[in-house]
Design a protein around this ligand. Structure first.
Ligand code: GLU
Length: 315
């Protein structure tokens, strides 16, 4: 028997899977299977203007071609408005969320005066104590109010299963972050926290480019009285410009005429020693993943991969 485990892969359907997104899909699948747990897929289509019609189905097909098939039904963020609204309402009632009337330009100007050392504009809390006659645009979390009320430390600490101990001062490094955007769409941070809890996610495995969001999500989980999953952030695929490969910087859709080659490339990014051209790729990758991560997790022992779970086209 493994520990209770539910993991997830949470693609945004802004296009097809590319080499970088397959790394997150494979890693989260391997970790779930290695723990003998559940692996769910959540379609993060909350940012509707950026979503490409049909991309959700296409992504699920791409995953299936690679032998990565979710347990249970697929959750779609576009159908979960009322849950995000309820979470925001809870925060408003506690006095931990407030409307903000600042435009991006206002924030950049104010931030430039107050905290010039940060590259990304830290929200300086302009509307924390009132809108000053401006119309409300976005909703933000009052981070300090949450930390004070719950007795949370100013530095949010967490231990990443790959990166080790991490910390962030959310107030100083990010500021009061957005829960609902000025365009009325739900912010990623709110949706991801509400949904990870709703799906009973115990372990989040995703790309290292998202590691910087974790402290915010931990504060928000505490504010909503939700449990925090364990986190593991994987290496990411870099494009030619040295930045993380993404649809925005022209990543090509995966060529799944040879799914094994695509999976092997993803395994290589994850640092898994896989023999070339093995037809039982997923079983091998599972053993390699267990050696690399499970045996190192305190109190965990590798769980033998179950036969049925690994019987797919990738064997
Ligand atoms: N939807 C996000 C993405 O595609 C992933 C969010 C997450 O794993 O927390 O980058």
């Amino acid at each position: 028997m493994g520990i209770p485990y539910t993991g997830r892969f949470a693609p945004s359907p802004t296009g097809l899977l590319h080499a970088g997104s397959l790394v997150a899909a494979l890693a989260s699948w391997l970790d779930a299977r290695a723990h003998g747990g559940q692996w769910q897929v959540r379609i993060e289509d909350v940012d509707t203007p950026r979503c490409v019609p049909g991309a959700d189905q296409a992504i699920l097909q791409q995953l299936a071609v690679c032998g990565l098939v979710p347990d249970g039904s697929v959750l779609r963020q576009s159908q979960r408005d009322e849950h995000y609204a309820a979470a925001l309402q809870t925060l408003v009632e506690k006095g931990w969320a407030y409307p903000c009337g600042c435009s991006r330009k206002d924030i950049e100007l104010a931030a430039a005066h107050s905290v010039a050392r940060h590259q990304a504009a830290v929200y300086p809390g302009t509307c924390r104590h009132g809108l000053n006659g401006k119309p409300a645009r976005a909703w933000r979390l009052n981070v300090q109010a949450v930390q004070n009320a719950l007795g949370l430390p100013t530095l949010t600490h967490w231990s990443d299963r790959r990166l080790g101990p991490q910390q962030q001062n959310v107030c100083d490094e990010v500021g009061d972050f957005v829960l609902r955007r000025a365009d009325g769409l739900w912010a990623y941070q709110l949706a991801v926290v509400v949904d990870d809890a709703a799906q009973g996610i115990t372990h989040v495995v995703r790309g290292q480019d998202l590691a910087d969001n974790t402290a915010r999500q931990i504060v928000l989980q505490a504010a909503l009285d939700l449990p925090s999953p364990k986190y593991l952030h994987t290496a990411v695929v870099l494009g030619e410009n040295g930045e993380k490969l993404s649809k925005q910087n022209g990543a090509l859709a995966l060529d799944l005429s040879d799914p094994l080659a695509a999976l092997q490339q993803a395994a290589q990014v994850l640092g898994l020693p896989i023999q070339p051209k093995q037809d039982n790729f997923l079983s091998q990758a599972l053993a390699a993943w267990s050696d690399k991560y499970l045996l190192h997790d305190q109190g965990l022992r590798a769980v033998a991969p179950s036969q049925s779970r690994t019987q797919s086209c990738m064997g």
